[in-house]
Design a protein around this ligand. Structure first.
Ligand code: ADP
Ligand code: MG
Length: 354
């Protein structure tokens, strides 16, 4: 399993193959009447999407919903994937112009949100970190699994800095102050895709669903047994899938960013796919995962990555100051795990099993 995860197949989106969180529909053995849940799933963004739809009695899930979801996800990839060399974002990245470049309102919106979260994180989250991500082998090119040279890190770092990127809403356009700036939206695109899936489902009138892409999950209403959706936060262990905590999500979104799935090891040292834009190095392995609950999946996705990048102390301080519902799993010096969460997260936690 870990080999597989350490050497992911070529894919359009940079992510681990397995989701960080698993939506647990606690299906009953004795459920009467029968569970009406309709499950739709498919591949997207280097992982899979899943919809669990629970129509009300007499209500049906439109037959073309899956086709509409897939068409929308294809469009999102065409706009925002750095894994598609012809996507709108890839064309912006390749464009040497430092003038305003007209883009779709969707791309502009996601970039503007990325810049906002970058500011909130004090620079730990930076959507221009792509040259470093790619250098460390976590981008669209095949994995290298070795620490780059100091000179190469310094050179890539030169190109990073989101203060050189500007987003304008009217009319939608982006501008870079450096011709070789490179924007990477991988830390927030899955969440954005989940929000778009939820918006599509909302148009059908189905009011109970769980929508996810990889580890980004958005819930509404109740599951097929009429209960609130219950989600598992995974224990952050490579190659294993066990439950750290269960949460009752309500009509919210949850995202986990982890250091424990997408990484490589050299000389016993682990290097993960979240990079500190200041040092140019992967963030140290003292924080195993950060889970964020919010109202918008794109924001929770980006924020989870931002807090992970900010690290155990600064990240927790940011979460507390901004009253975020955040749950940190820290790695102690003896290798054990320690939980830490903000008061805003507490109401979602189910009591721990003895
Ligand atoms: P995943 O995509 O595996 O679910 P994340 O949402 O945490 O995980 O996103 C990680 C991705 O974000 C990396 O693969 C990389 O493309 C990008 N990234 C890495 N470091 C940063 C950072 N400091 N700021 C913004 N994006 C980052
Ligand atoms: Mg993220």
């Amino acid at each position: 399993m870990s080999n597989h995860l350490c050497r992911p197949p070529r894919r359009r989106w940079p992510t681990h193959v397995l989701p960080l969180l698993v939506g647990l529909v606690l299906t009953a053995c004795d459920s009467t009447p029968p569970d009406p849940t309709v499950r739709l799933t498919g591949a997207t963004m280097g992982t899979s999407y899943e919809l669990k739809l629970v129509p009300a009695p007499g209500q049906t899930v439109p037959a073309d919903l899956q086709a509409r979801v897939e068409a929308m996800l294809t469009l999102v990839n065409r706009q925002m994937s750095t894994y598609d060399p012809d996507s709108e974002l890839s064309r912006f990245n390749k464009n040497p112009s430092t003038d305003w470049i007209a883009v779709s309102p969707e791309l502009q919106q996601v970039v503007a949100e990325g810049l906002r979260i970058g500011e909130l994180s004090g620079g730990a989250f930076d959507i221009t970190v792509g040259p470093l991500v790619n250098l460390w082998g976590f981008g669209p090119e095949p994995r290298r699994d070795e620490v780059p040279s100091t000179a190469a890190i310094a050179q890539a770092r030169e190109r990073v800095g989101d203060w050189r990127l500007h987003a304008r809403a009217e009319p939608p356009a982006l501008k870079k102050d450096r011709a070789d700036l490179y924007v990477d939206l991988s830390a927030m695109a899955k969440g954005y895709g989940v929000d778009r899936m939820a918006a599509l489902i909302d148009t059908t009138g189905v009011g109970n669903y769980l929508a996810s892409i990889g580890g980004e999950i958005r819930a509404r209403g109740r599951n097929g047994r009429g209960e609130p959706w219950t989600i598992a936060i995974e224990k952050p262990e490579a190659g294993q899938r066990s439950v750290e905590r269960l949460i009752r999500l309500g009509d919210h979104t949850v995202s986990t960013s982890g250091n424990y799935r997408n990484f490589f090891e050299q000389n016993g040292q682990r290097y993960s796919h979240v990079i500190n834009p200041r040092t140019g190095w992967p963030v140290p392995h003292t924080l195993a995962s950060v889970t964020v609950i919010g109202d918008r999946s794109m924001v929770a996705d980006a924020t989870a990555t931002a807090l992970l990048a900010a690290g155990p102390e600064l990240g927790f301080q940011l979460a507390s100051e901004h009253h975020l519902a955040a749950f940190f799993v820290l790695i102690e010096s003896d290798g054990g795990f320690k939980e830490r969460f903000t008061p805003e997260f507490e109401p979602y936690l189910l009591p721990q099993q003895p």
